[in-house]
Design a protein around this ligand. Sequence first.
Ligand SMILES: [Zn+2]
Ligand SMILES: [Zn+2]
Length: 372
Amino acid sequence: MGHARSYNVYYQSIRKDKLNQIFHNTKQLLLRIELLTNTNEHIPRNGNSKERRKYEQNIVSWMEDSVASTCASCCKSFGLSRRKHHCRLHGSVICNQCSQFLSFSIARCIIDSNISSTSTTNSLAIQQLINLKSVTLSTIINDESNEDYLRICMSCAQCLHNYHHQMCFKNIPKDEIFHHYEKIVQAQNEYNHFHPTYLAIIDSLLSGDTKYQIVDAQRAYRQLNVHYDKIDSISKHIAALADKCLNINENDTTSKNRYATICRNIRTYSVQVLQNFSISTKRIPSEDDIKKAQDEKKRLDNERMTRTILTIPGINLNSLEISEKLEPFIQQYHQVTQFLEQAKSAGRDDEVRLLESNLKELAQAMSIIHQN
Ligand SMILES: [Zn+2]
Ligand SMILES: [Zn+2]
């Protein structure tokens, strides 16, 4: 107990440090963006001019080109085909492929996302930030219509994305949704956990095995259905919450829309999960199919038995029916024959000799029972 507690305290202190660090880093990035995207007329805007570069380096000191032989992001070596560039937000040297281009307008709305924004196009634009494919520098500079960009590295982009994401959901009451969502995940886990057992019962029935009965399959199916229905009903309940938007400020349409989107996404996700369940869950076979499988298995067993009998010295199949007393011996004889095959092919000579003498004893025993 004491151990667990002290470990917990240790973990919490690390977590707190980590969160503080992230908070500090993010605040620093936002401040830098604020300065770098300032469109005051006295500030040079051309991404390539000497004045602009000087302005940028005043805000963020750049790593020396000579110090970096590999890209800070992908670790590939620089050369003629891989030129050096700088992340404008923290000065590291990166290659063009690892560069993200943050437009001034997106940058501004990330800074402003703390203030509740009502524009949905803004959040769409930011959504694109993280999906943004690196655009070659030339297309940005040559295209007159293109607005100003900041070249940034992947980790800075990720940091901004996380920050924006947090801000987007700041005003949304998540507790109720998450409480229900957890129940869905739990039901999903229980379904997945029990699913193999159900499949094993079905496979056993279809193989003609008599280990399980059809009622076992029906019981297992009902058990799976409990979880299935739970996922279905809870996710419907969440979807219905979408239109209610409990505890959100009446005028905060952005938060309302996001809340509704989360609710509907959970329902969509759940429907997909249920569809997958339906596809992967075999039906219970009919009594007829099970009977057919059992008959087929019996036929194959008999065939195998006959083949085995033919190899046993001293037993004559033609003379009379094989008595029930002999059956277990023949099964055993067949098994030992198989072990013998394996031992022979693996070259285990001692085992081969032992199994051969077992077979002889079995044959003698059977011969005596057969004659009586
Ligand atoms: Zn790179
Ligand atoms: Zn960076």
